[in-house]
Design a protein around this ligand. Structure first.
Ligand code: FES
Length: 153
């Protein structure tokens, strides 16, 4: 089978990898670049666990091919903190217990970052609507909402 060489800019670093052209961005991040903070839940665009930012906009990384994201700025959960300092959204999730098992948390946090940045966090209802693609089996939704609203305020 044909393999392709690709270059992805992830969390500010240029990374190269060799993978099949049909490799999803999610698999490229996890399997080729060892960035396992991005989680695979459904692999079908249904759960939001794989959410990352591409050029500042959130996407489900299971639904896009790695090759299509060359030349773009990709941000994963590993890229949010500045050294030892957590991103404000990470700190807010901690403060408000915005997770239980934690599996959905990286995707929740990246969706939440985009929610605030794009101005969709001005009411609880608006937040809930924006975050509705990120499922949490533990049901931490009220605490997640509290975290997002605090960062937005
Ligand atoms: Fe991508 Fe579920 S793993 S949406």
């Amino acid at each position: 089978e044909g393999l392709s060489e690709m270059r992805l800019k992830v969390n500010g670093s240029e990374r190269s990898l060799v993978a099949e052209p049909r490799t999803s961005l999610l698999d490229a991040l996890r399997e080729n670049l060892d960035l396992t903070g991005t989680k695979k839940g459904c692999d079908h665009g249904q759960c939001g666990a794989c959410t990352v930012l591409v050029d500042g906009r959130r996407i489900n990384s299971c639904l896009t091919l790695a090759v299509m994201n060359q030349g773009k700025e990709i941000t994963t959960i590993e890229g949010l903190a500045q050294g030892e300092e957590l991103h404000p959204m990470q700190a807010a999730f901690l403060k408000h217990d915005g997770f239980q098992c934690g599996y959905c948390t990286p995707g929740q946090i990246l969706s939440a970052v985009a929610c605030v940045k794009e101005g969709h966090a001005t009411s609880d209802a608006q937040c809930r609507e924006w975050m509705s693609g990120n499922l949490c089996r533990c049901g931490a939704y009220p605490n997640i909402l509290a975290a997002v609203r605090e960062v937005a305020s």
